[in-house]
Design a protein around this ligand. Structure first.
Ligand SMILES: [Zn+2]
Length: 348
């Protein structure tokens, strides 16, 4: 089998993903959902790299020619029963297992399956804030959770440049009693991560780009060095863009650090080829994972997989053509990033 044939056929583990909207929504909400940084309409979502990629790659699945216009795309999408639309895009993704962050707007989305779940540490902390013994209640809930990993959104709550030393229970209790309903105290955030590590649960960390309420300069994974040096469980750096080269360095330097360029693969559209190429520069091949980080639009569950397959084909295919890599090497690395590394790290 050639590399291209293998890339078309290989089944993926999407190691960080969310559900799709339970309702198809109107055009304004669709276009808004194409803009990761937006919390309100800013410009047409079709007038973004990901919007062009939707017209290029998703349009044919709705029976349209590639590069159909935005109006044609919206008309065809609206005319397709939503359940059929979801089944079409989810099926075409070629994903055999989803690892789902269920903590983002659970009432608005339907989660894919078969799936394993990821527990959001800040959400769990918010659920136990009113308990008489917050550290104890947190540990109890964490021990009872049926999940393959945890996730911290420290980048959204306090930045990654915090004191990552392990707080004692008295400090946690004091921080909990002073906390508002939305946990932002670095003591509570660091406590959650250390508790997850204590239980041996992999920790996914949001790094790099996100909504506009995130301070991007405080989302650089290099800020995590003190944490990386303090724990031994797998640390999964999510998204990473534009810090993916730093993430690649961390993955090379530390055995327990891995990363993905999910989310950015979709949002960079045609340039996802260069992004994947840069992610492949330095990091060990056993330390990179595929993810879409799709949320809301079923198009994104498919598009992430499609753009990743295409980027790996372009990058590795070029190396094979130049004689730098054998085709067997390329196929082996595709299998690692597509699914093998995720199966190993999460014990699937
Ligand atoms: Zn996510």
């Amino acid at each position: 089998m050639t590399l291209d044939e293998h890339l078309r056929a290989v089944r993926l583990v999407d190691h960080h993903v969310h559900g799709w909207f339970t309702e198809p929504g109107d055009r304004a909400s669709f276009e808004e959902a194409l803009n990761e940084g937006s919390t309100g309409p800013v410009s047409s979502g079709f007038d973004l790299p990901v919007g062009v990629a939707v017209r290029r790659w998703c349009a044919p699945l709705l029976g349209l020619p590639t590069h159909a216009s935005a109006d044609e795309y919206w008309a065809a999408r609206s005319a397709t029963p939503y359940d059929d639309l979801v089944a079409t895009f989810l099926g075409a993704a070629g994903v055999e297992h989803w690892i789902v962050d269920t903590g983002l707007t659970p009432d608005l989305v339907t989660d894919p399956s078969p799936r394993s779940e990821v527990l959001r540490l800040e959400l769990l902390m918010e659920q136990v804030l009113g308990e008489p013994d917050v550290p104890g209640a947190f540990r109890e809930r964490l021990a009872a959770a049926d999940v393959v990993a945890t996730k911290t959104i420290a980048a959204y709550r306090c930045g990654l440049d915090i004191d990552w030393s392990r707080p004692d229970d008295a400090a946690v209790a004091a921080a909990a009693s002073a906390s508002g309903a939305r946990v932002t105290d670095p003591v509570l955030v660091a406590f959650g991560v250390h508790e997850a590590a204590e239980r041996g649960l992999p920790v996914q960390v949001h790094t790099g780009l996100g909504d506009r309420d995130l301070d991007l300069h405080r989302a650089d994974p290099l800020h995590l060095l003190p944490l990386i040096r303090a724990v031994e469980v797998p640390i999964l750096l999510l998204h990473c863009y534009p810090f993916h080269r730093s993430a690649g360095y961390l993955a090379q330097a530390f055995d327990h650090v891995s990363f993905d360029v999910g989310l950015a693969v979709n949002h960079l559209g045609a340039r996802s080829v260069e992004l994947v190429g840069e992610a492949m520069e330095l990091a060990p091949f056993a330390k990179q994972l595929y993810s879409s980080d799709a949320y809301g639009l079923p198009e994104l569950h498919y598009l992430g997989a499609q753009l990743w397959r295409r980027a790996m084909g372009a990058v590795l295919g070029e190396w094979v053509r130049r004689g730098d890599w054998s085709e067997d090497d390329a196929i082996r690395v595709v299998d690692l990033v597509a699914a093998g590394n995720a199966r190993r790290i999460y014990g699937l």
